[in-house]
Design a protein around this ligand. Structure first.
Ligand code: ARG
Length: 461
């Protein structure tokens, strides 16, 4: 007789290599506590519909609690031949309470059970990522006071373009991470549909009450098609994709700050505690953490490929391929969590080097576009203004001066509409004072936006 829970019809024992090949306990043990929570709700529901007595359900619940504590204390023994977390916990329960334990799996299968466990786990994981993102947003917003006066060059194509207040950069990242948070919340909507009770694939002839299980586990809805449940991992794919976009945002930020730390840029000083040295070059302070945040994004992006490729071409309903879904999810979650653990401290502790930034801030004609807008305000068609300023920039380049250093007579020789007040439009300080459109990086817009973010993060927290 085989010791397997599913061994009734089998005449031979499983080849140990097959056990090694098919096991998932080495990576799904981390579902233990959600598996227990799901089973406890299932037992309560079974008691409600009369498939268990209240005493039996209570006995199951109590012993599952003890098994959970044993696992948490690290005293639980994992065995490859028990395949996965579900078999481990059920076997332990049966070892404790015999036939009562043998009733727990009534009206469910591992197929809907594993889906439930994943949904419970992912729901909490997304919540934790959301909190970490909020912390990161706070770190950016909290820089406002220390960087209040600092103007940074804004770039397109990594070429100097127009100046913006430093906080405008910080709030740009807040916006990105807010969209990420919104996406996580959106994922949760579709995730919050109870799979349990789909049983293996067809539902069950037993009088289970899925609404009750949903209520007990805080699901907002009950999945309507049992075949769909058995095969559905959309919620995982969405969660991993959402994490991959977070990774991409983190990676872009890391790349930018890596550049800013170079001698060539010199904009930023990273805290020593978050840099590492070189084993040969004594002067080095390397931005390894930022580089690894950038580098680890590759894994999360790869996890999206893994889950989609895994799902592609699976016939209904459950297929064992799905067991591999957890690897993609856990990897993405662990990687993102590790990055989000360190990112806020780096954001809080890095220092902008105002001296270095200011020393070259007037280079690169950051005021050229505003000068064009000055002309537009004087009735010059935009395209003409563009040409005029282009001409003026060329003139400045040939003389090695800035637009603000150009004498009025030279401006007027190019366009007589230009008057003395033009100097109030030139130079980065004047430019950030002039920027006024909603969402711009101007000095007058930023304060309001920072205030909005402060309120938002405080109230949404
Ligand atoms: N360990 C399995 C998984 O992760 C649980 C479901 C097993 N179902 C089955 N019919 N063998 O997918």
């Amino acid at each position: 007789m085989s010791a397997k829970a599913w061994g009734g019809a089998f005449s031979e024992a499983t080849d140990p290599r097959v056990e090694l090949f098919t096991e998932s306990i080495s990576f799904d043990a981390r579902l233990a506590l959600v598996d227990i929570r799901g089973s406890q709700a299932h037992a309560k529901m079974l008691a409600k519909v009369g498939l268990l007595t209240n005493e039996e359900a209570q006995q199951i619940i109590d012993h599952l609690n003890e098994i959970g504590q044993q696992i948490t204390r690290g005293e639980f023994e994992w065995k490859t031949e028990l395949e996965d977390i579900h078999m481990h916990i059920e076997t332990a329960l049966i070892a404790r309470i015999g036939d009562v334990g043998r009733k727990l799996h009534t009206g469910r299968s591992r197929n809907d059970q594993v889906s439930l466990d994943l949904k419970l786990y992912v729901r909490e994981a997304l919540q934790r990522i959301d909190e970490a993102l909020e912390d990161l947003q706070r770190a950016f917003v909290d820089r406002y006071e220390q960087d209040r006066e600092i103007i940074l060059p804004g770039y397109t194509h990594l070429q100097r373009a127009q100046p913006v207040m430093a906080a405008h950069y910080w709030l740009a990242y807040c916006e990105k991470f807010q969209r990420d948070r919104d996406r996580l919340r959106d994922c949760s909507k579709r995730l919050n549909v109870l799979p349990l009770g789909a049983a293996a694939l067809a539902g069950t002839s037993l009088p289970i009450d899925r609404e009750e299980t949903a209520r007990l586990l805080n699901f907002t809805d009950v999945a309507a098609n049992s075949l769909d449940v058995s095969s559905d991992r959309d919620f995982l794919a969405e969660a991993i994709f959402s994490m991959s976009l977070i990774a991409v945002h983190l990676s872009g930020w890391a790349e930018e700050w890596i550049l800013w730390c170079t001698t060539e840029f010199g904009f930023l000083k990273l805290p020593d505690a978050y840099t590492t040295g070189s084993s040969i070059m004594p002067q080095k302070r390397n931005p390894d953490v930022l580089e690894l945040i950038r580098g680890k994004s590759a894994r999360v992006i790869a996890d999206v490929q893994q889950i989609l490729t895994l799902l592609k071409g699976l016939p209904l309903a459950y297929n064992r391929d799905l067991q591999e879904d957890k690897l993609a999810f856990f990897d993405a979650f662990d990687t993102i969590s590790a990055c989000l653990e360190l990112a806020p401290s780096i954001v809080r502790l890095a220092k902008l080097r105002a001296d270095k930034i200011n020393a070259r801030l007037e280079e690169g004609f950051l005021d050229a576009t505003t000068l064009m807008e000055y002309l537009i305000q004087h009735g010059v068609p935009m395209r003409t203004g563009h040409e005029v300023v282009g001409h003026l920039v060329r003139l400045c380049e040939s003389r090695g001066i800035t637009l603000a250093e150009m004498p009025l007579a030279d401006f007027q020789a190019v366009n007589p509409l230009i008057a003395d007040d033009v100097y109030g439009w030139l130079g980065v300080k004047n430019v950030v004072a002039k920027l006024q459109s909603y969402g711009s990086g101007g000095i007058n817009c930023i304060e309001e936006q920072v205030e909005e973010w402060r309120t938002r993060l405080r109230t949404e927290g």
